[in-house]
Structures are given as C-alpha cells and as structure tokens.
Design a binder for this molecule. Structure first.
Ligand SMILES: NC(=O)c1ccc[n+]([C@@H]2O[C@H](COP(=O)([O-])OP(=O)(O)OC[C@H]3O[C@@H](n4cnc5c(N)ncnc54)[C@H](O)[C@@H]3O)[C@@H](O)[C@H]2O)c1
Ligand SMILES: [Zn+2]
Length: 260
C-alpha cells in the first residue's frame, strides 16, 4: 500500500507520460461546490428522494408539478454554484497541454464556468430547456419564468408541447451525437482520469472498461471505492479539490522544466 504522497507522485507521472488524456467527471466533482451528488452516504440525493418518483421521464410527465418543485430547488443550487479548486486544476491541466477533453455526467456547467474546453455533457445541461414535442431548445430561464408565474406545465411557444430541463432523465436515451463524441474520445485516449463518479450509471460506467480494453491506463480520485479500483494504476480515496491541485502543480513544474 503506497502512502498518499507517493500516490500523488504516481498520478502526476502517469499524466506526464501520457499523450492523450481524457477526464471522466461525475457528481462527486460538484459536491465541493455545494451541489449534492446522488450516492454519497448521508448527503446523496437518493437518501432523501426516491429516484423512480423524481428525475425519471415517466414521473415528470405523470406528475410535472411535483417533479418541477424538486428540480427548481436543485436548479437554483446549481445556478448559484461556483467552480472549485478541482475544476480549476483541470483547466490548468488543459492549458499545460495535458488534457484533451472532459466527458462529464454533470449538468451543472461548472467545467465551462471554470473555462475548460472540449467539454462533452453526456447527461445534458441544467441551463437549457427542451420541448418534448418538437425538440426546440430554450434557455432554462424561459421555463423557470413560466413555472414561477404559476404555469406548472411549461410549454413550447412553437408547438405547445411540454418543456423539460435539457438534462437526460432516467428512462431517456443519451443523444447519439454525444455518444459518438464520447466513443471517439475514449478510443483515442491513453489515460482516463475518473473523478468523482461511482461508475454505477450506464453507459458511462462502461467507458473505463472500454478504455482499458483498448490499452489505455486508468487513474481514479473518488471518496468511495468503485468497481474499477482494482483495474486502475492508481486510486486516491479523497476529495478532488484537495488532491487534484497537488497533482497538477507537480505536472506544471515538470512541464516547465521541460520547456527550459
Ligand atoms: N453536479 C451535477 O451536475 C449532478 C449532481 C447530482 C447528480 N448528478 C447526476 O448524477 C448521476 C450520478 O452518477 P455519478 O457517478 O456522477 O454520481 P454518484 O452520486 O453516483 O457518485 C458520486 C461519487 O463521488 C464521490 N464523491 C463525492 N464527493 C467527492 C469529492 N469531493 N471528491 C471525490 N469524490 C467525491 C462519492 O464517493 C461517490 O462515489 C449522473 O448521471 C449525474 O448526471 C449530477
Ligand atoms: Zn415544441
């Protein structure tokens, strides 16, 4: 068993040795910005609400008001959230030329707020609404304004269809163009960084397996254990905001040395 300092060194060396690095981020990256994840013991949203009653497409259509109350509360928390040291460390890594892109399960837009580039939002975004009738996309404010003025079936101005947040609900497929972008990134990477994901939600949970089968290496930062821990070169069970900046500062020093 290596100590934390050694694991941080190993993590940094993996980054320095790799040529095409992709980060796969999950709700655990949002917690230090004040956004609850789903599965952390004690604080995860699924300890408070039943997933089949909220955030599934079936429950949204059958009881829109109840779902909107829950989503508005979650949304308001997301809109006021700011990126933390972990998001910023990823942006830094990208500026150092050591991160090709980010595949995120998060809908919170915090990678973009931290100025990261090439972010693929696998589960959509909380910042948009989409019409379930004609697929027209609106800023989420259009939908919120309707709900706040008492219209609990917010509707599309073109076809009058029901609007929903443009995030993937349980029971909905992921977008095919998003999936093919993600596939290309996973196929091309030689190092996959898994940051703050329980790796229990498919198809994302499949990406580390796919990357490994194609010869890439895996490095994980997650408070809890994941099923992929034994397949990773290094696993750190700690907070991303505490650990990732330490790793990136080692990488930065080495990259700077290389340029001198
Ligand atoms: N921020 C968001 O946008 C947000 C918030 C809640 C849920 N979601 C959705 O939740 C689904 C759940 O899947 P998931 O795997 O992303 O999340 P998850 O809740 O299943 O797992 C989160 C993991 O992150 C770990 N974690 C929590 N805080 C951490 C920290 N500070 N540092 C390191 N690890 C930490 C936990 O131990 C847990 O294993 C996703 O589909 C996502 O779309 C997103
Ligand atoms: Zn419409």
């Amino acid at each position: 068993m290596y100590d934390l300092e050694t694991k941080i060194q190993i993590f940094a060396q993996l980054i320095l040795d790799a040529k095409n690095i992709v980060a796969l981020t999950g709700a655990g990256l949002g917690t230090e910005s004040g956004i609850a994840d789903f599965r952390s013991p004690g604080t995860g949203l699924w300890e408070k609400v039943n997933p089949s009653e909220f955030a599934s497409i079936h429950s949204y259509v059958s009881d829109t008001k109840k779902n909107l109350d829950f989503m508005l509360e979650m949304g308001m928390n997301i809109f006021k959230a700011k990126p933390h040291k972990g998001h910023k460390a990823l942006t830094k890594l990208q500026k150092l030329g050591k991160l090709t892109g980010i595949l995120t399960q998060n809908i919170d837009g915090l990678h973009q707020k931290a100025h990261s580039k090439h972010v693929v939002e696998l589960h959509g975004t909380a910042y948009e609404a989409i019409c379930m009738g004609c697929d027209k996309v609106y800023p989420i404010t259009i939908m919120i304004d309707q709900v706040m003025s008492g219209k609990f079936s917010p509707s599309c101005e073109v076809c009058n269809g029901l609007l929903k947040p443009n995030a993937i609900f349980f029971g909905e497929p992921l977008r095919s163009e998003t999936l093919s972008q993600a596939d290309k990134m996973i196929e091309a990477c030689d190092l996959l960084l898994v940051l703050g994901s329980s790796l229990l939600v498919y198809p994302v949970a499949f990406y580390p397996r796919k990357a490994l089968s194609l010869g890439a290496k895996l490095a994980i930062i997650n408070i809890q254990e994941t099923d992929m821990d034994y397949n990773a070169e290094v696993v750190i069970h700690d907070k991303i905001g505490d650990i990732l900046p330490l790793i990136v500062s080692i990488v930065e020093k080495e990259v700077e040395k290389g340029h001198q």
